[in-house]
Ligand binder design. Structure first.
Ligand code: CP
Ligand code: NVA
Length: 309
């Protein structure tokens, strides 16, 4: 059966560990695996803006021996109403994998339902699983290996209902992390996602906490993560979001409350002075540039893992 990565819990704890181990190996030896020699093509489709995802998947597919075929929905027939199912039926005959950044989770599920080649979620409104693999790999690299992840406390403060928060819940629980979400009323993660994360955490030794207190979330945390307060598609609510999230800014005080030597994550793009201060983002506890580099290694790892299933 074709395996896909549509949400973080599509990988079991053992499978996630295999992908993360390979990501670290690929950082040390970039051309170690070559599943797309031929070259075989991988379709990489964007319905939303992107810098990191576009570059890292393009470079990554090339480094895996393949040909990255980057499409913007607006200039393809999808932009004129061709169905997701028909698009999948055409692509699966020509490419070895489909990577898609889109809006609703239901859309990428529909693509996968009609595709005999792996479909990878490159961000939907609900999840950003490639980013969480990169984040976990970067933390593992900085802390002595994948074995160091389980048991760490990860605090995510900011928009608790967005794709990053929900992926930290599922992907973090899978890695055995204690995931704490600090977010205001009205921005809670989906109840189904929290329940699934709790269920996963029971088997991995992790845990899940959702709180309205930013201080409670970050106190003693080994990792502090945040994300933009205004995700793609939320632009009309910019003013009300900035007002609601301002007590959840990651700043010098957050680091004082966190564990000594805590690491800071941000998927980027960052808005300095909004969700995170410049001194923290650009400070010595920040892992963000290694995290951005790991988009390449982690996505190469998950692509080769999926096509070899
Ligand atoms: N973090 C991330 O996905 O960045 P892009 O939007 O630039 O791809
Ligand atoms: N939550 C952000 C992530 C950007 C990479 C968004 O969806 O816009």
């Amino acid at each position: 059966m074709t395996r896909h990565l549509l949400r973080d819990d599509d990988l079991s704890p053992t499978e996630q560990r295999e992908v993360l181990e390979l990501a670290l190996e690929l950082r040390a030896d970039r051309y170690k695996v070559q599943p797309f020699v031929g070259p075989k093509a991988v379709a990489i489709i964007f319905d939303k803006h992107s810098t990191r995802t576009r570059v890292s998947f393009s470079a990554g597919v090339a480094e895996l021996g393949g040909y990255p075929l980057v499409l913007d929905t607006g200039t393809s027939q999808m932009g004129r109403g061709e169905s997701v199912a028909d698009t999948a039926r055409v692509l699966e005959r020509q490419v070895s994998a489909i990577v898609w950044r889109t809006y609703g989770q239901r859309l990428i599920e529909e693509m996968a339902a009609h595709s005999s080649v792996p479909v990878i979620n490159a961000l939907t409104d609900s999840f950003h699983p490639c980013q969480i693999l990169a984040d976990l790999a970067a933390v593992a690299d900085a802390r002595g290996g994948v074995g160091a992840l389980a048991g760490l406390d990860l605090a995510y403060v900011g928009d608790g209902a967005n794709n990053m928060a929900q992926s930290y819940l599922l992907g973090g629980a899978t890695a055995g992390l204690h995931v704490r979400i600090g977010t205001p009323d009205g921005y809670l993660p989906d109840a189904e996602v929290v329940a699934k994360a709790e269920q996963i955490a029971e088997s991995t030794g992790g845990s899940v906490t959702v709180t309205h207190s930013a201080d409670d979330a970050v106190s003693g945390a080994d990792i502090i993560a945040t994300d933009t307060w205004v995700s793609m598609g939320d632009e009309a609510q910019k003013a009300e979001r900035e007002a609601a999230f301002s007590p959840y800014q990651v700043n010098a005080r957050s680091l004082e409350l966190a564990a000594p030597g805590a690491h800071v994550l941000h998927c980027l793009p960052a808005y300095r002075g909004k969700e995170i201060t410049a001194s923290v983002l650009d400070g010595e506890q920040s892992l963000v540039w290694l995290e951005a580099e790991y988009r390449l290694h982690a996505q190469k790892a998950v692509l080769s893992w999926l096509v070899e299933r």
